[in-house]
Design a binder for this molecule. Structure first.
Ligand code: ADP
Ligand code: MG
Length: 321
């Protein structure tokens, strides 16, 4: 039997995530009441995933619950913020208990891992979409914004680029990606510990959600600088590397997106310190280029030639040309 809205809330959304002392009143009233610690700024971010746009119809709900929270936590990571609370607005075609149970399992596991408590939300009927807002803390003046990169700084990146894009490409072609590759698309890990470690060392940071060119482009635009990317230094999995060798096409690591790695800029004399700080946290940190005075991003290949890497990034309201 289908559950009513209130039964759904009681069964699936109450007591989700890590129970936190700074939550004075959680799910169940008109508003949640929360306490921001003295001397901290509140970092807030929201993201929506729409069926058919951000994920395939029929996507495993447990993976979706994870990913919807992960992409939001990734934004907090990119600011150097520590996550605390989340709200969840769900639009569902029907009140399907099995689907919700599974969705909340994925959500809860990640929320617990990062000590996030679900404090409220909204549940409505309609085409499937998931909106999550996250809240975290960062000391005043410490957030890793996009506007402070300076010419001469090195550009760093965590993890590998292009894996999610390759998985998506394979699935679009009717092929089932290997498990690890599919996880890179469906279950990204927000780089929260890395963001925290970078907070005192990096000058700017962004999470790579729309592709490296687009997201590094945001840092460049906001900081009024440009960049040189050294393609031979891009961190690639064996599979993405092979794909590029065969096709000569760099679009997976440059424009495909959904990587959720952190891209950041640092003064050149801080590189060793960053490597040490990220050493125990991330498997990989790579130096992939240099911030330059001239606007725009130039992609150099191993023999020093500039290659045309195309326009970057997924845009929802791109005008037809
Ligand atoms: P209201 O009509 O006052 O907006 P609702 O009936 O929408 O209240 O929600 C009742 C309570 O359940 C609120 O505390 C709300 O935050 C919570 N809630 C509703 N849907 C969700 C959800 N998907 N996730 C978490 N909390 C939810
Ligand atoms: Mg409501």
């Amino acid at each position: 039997m289908a559950l009513s809205e209130f039964e759904l809330i009681e069964r699936f959304f109450s007591h989700i995530g890590h129970p936190r002392e700074d939550v004075l009143l959680g799910v169940g009233d008109d508003c949640a009441l929360v306490q921001v610690p003295a001397g901290e700024n509140l970092a807030v971010s929201v993201d929506t995933l729409v069926e058919g746009v951000h994920f395939y119809a029929g996507t495993d709900p447990e993976k979706l619950g994870h990913k919807a929270l992960a992409v939001n936590l990734s934004d907090l990571a990119a600011m150097g913020a520590i996550p605390a609370w989340a709200t969840l607005a769900l639009t569902l075609p029907e009140s399907d208990s099995e689907w919700l149970k599974s969705f909340m399992r994925g959500f809860s596991a990640l929320a617990n891992r990062h000590r996030v408590q679900l404090v409220g939300g909204d549940t409505t009927r309609g085409a499937l979409s998931v909106t999550i807002q996250v809240h975290g803390f960062v000391p005043p003046g410490k957030a890793l914004t996009r506007d402070a990169a300076r010419a001469g700084e090195r550009i760093g990146i965590t993890g590998t680029l292009g894996d999610a894009g390759l998985a998506l490409q394979q699935m679009a072609g009717g092929r089932l990606p290997e498990k690890w590759l599919r996880e890179r698309l469906e279950a990204p890990s927000p780089r929260l510990a890395a963001g925290l470690a970078l907070r005192d060392l990096a000058t700017s940071a962004i999470d790579v959600s729309d592709g490296l060119l687009a997201d590094l482009g945001h840092i460049c635009a906001r900081s009024r600088v440009g960049a040189r990317l050294e393609l031979w230094n891009l961190p690639l999995s064996h599979e993405v590397d092979e794909h590029i060798k065969m096709s000569g096409d760099w679009s997976l690591p440059l424009t495909a997106g959904d990587d959720y790695e952190l891209c950041f800029t640092v003064p050149p004399d801080s590189c060793r310190q960053i490597e040490a700080a990220l050493g125990g946290i991330e498997e990989r940190v790579a130096w992939i280029g240099v911030v330059e005075k001239d606007p725009g991003i130039r992609c150099l290949n191993a023999d020093g030639r500039q290659i045309e890497a195309g326009q970057g990034g997924y845009q929802h309201f791109q005008s037809a040309k």
